[in-house]
Design a protein around this ligand. Sequence first.
Ligand SMILES: Nc1ncnc2c1ncn2[C@@H]1O[C@H](COP(=O)(O)OP(=O)(O)OP(=O)(O)O)[C@@H](O)[C@H]1O
Ligand SMILES: CCCC(=O)O
Length: 354
Amino acid sequence: MKILVINPGSTSTKLAVYEDNEQVWRKSVFHSAKDLSVFHHINEQYEYRRLHVTEALREAGIPLCFDAIIARGGLLKPTPGGVYRINERIKHDLWHADMEHASNLAALIADELAASAGCPAFIADPVVTDELCDVARLTGIPEIPRISIFHALNSRAVSRNYAARIGKKYEELNLIVVHLGGGISVSAHHYGKVIDVNNALNGEGPFSPERAGTIPARQLVDLCFSGKYTYQEIRKMLNGRGGLLAHLGTTDVPTIVRWANAGDKKHKLVLESMIYTVAKQVGAMHVALHGQTDAVILTGGIANNKYCVALLREWLEGIARIVVIPGEDEMGALAMNALGALRGELPLQEYNPH
Ligand SMILES: Nc1ncnc2c1ncn2[C@@H]1O[C@H](COP(=O)(O)OP(=O)(O)OP(=O)(O)O)[C@@H](O)[C@H]1O
Ligand SMILES: CCCC(=O)O
């Protein structure tokens, strides 16, 4: 089976072709800040990004002939995880998404190319994957229910990978997945469902390289009404300019670790504080799994860093087995989801939220 994978990010569009399990081609098309500066909204980049995709395929001599095209899911309405055939509702909700994100363009481009190729187009485990159990959904303000937005694709892929390694099914395990990227999510996987997770995009959970995480509510309200900041500035403090970046002026964890090891007290304290907030979130997810966690999986870019992993291990000792699967493989995870759907091993879902 031949599968095209499309994954647009803020500064690049990643492409790959798989033949069954094997990646046979990949390309990351870089989009310069200058190129993107003419667009005021993500939707305006549609034609530009689509042309780059077709041009990259043409340059590589790859004909538009696939068994399926799969795209990273964008900021749709909350929906359970899994593989979805791209339908009109998905396209509508992406064109009219509440939040802007380059991944909103992925399914739109995939759908158009798949129409030309005469093959199905899919998305899988979008960041809006929402399988929260009922008790995890409420807050003390009825108007503000919790929403699940996290690194669903990578978290589920590493969970399946770990389950296969120990000869079990993902659906037989209780796992906590700690995705340590630019954003950090800590998800509780109960027999294949993510019953609780911090909303990693919108001010919940640990602070991360570029996000603020949970903030004392009253102090945040005071800041919002202080007159010092605009609405957009406050939003940027929460997501984009919060966390390590706000404290230290960088998101580069290896550099921060070097400073900490060289005796810089501020860098050490901020890094240790971030890890502490991550560890507390793991504790909360362990409770969500009734203390029956089979393993805690550390993944994402920061899981490459031995110093951070060692700090986390100190806090997590005794909770469950700790497994480190650093980095992420979104392209491979998407391809495997498409393959699973084509082979009938994974059910194809219909996106139709209320
Ligand atoms: N090899 C590495 N060693 C140590 N830290 C790393 C490494 N690679 C990335 N990081 C750190 O990980 C963070 C970014 O992680 P990653 O590349 O997984 O995130 P992203 O893809 O930009 O965001 P997200 O995972 O939230 O979608 C940065 O703070 C970076 O310094
Ligand atoms: C939380 C969703 C993925 C991201 O960090 O962009």
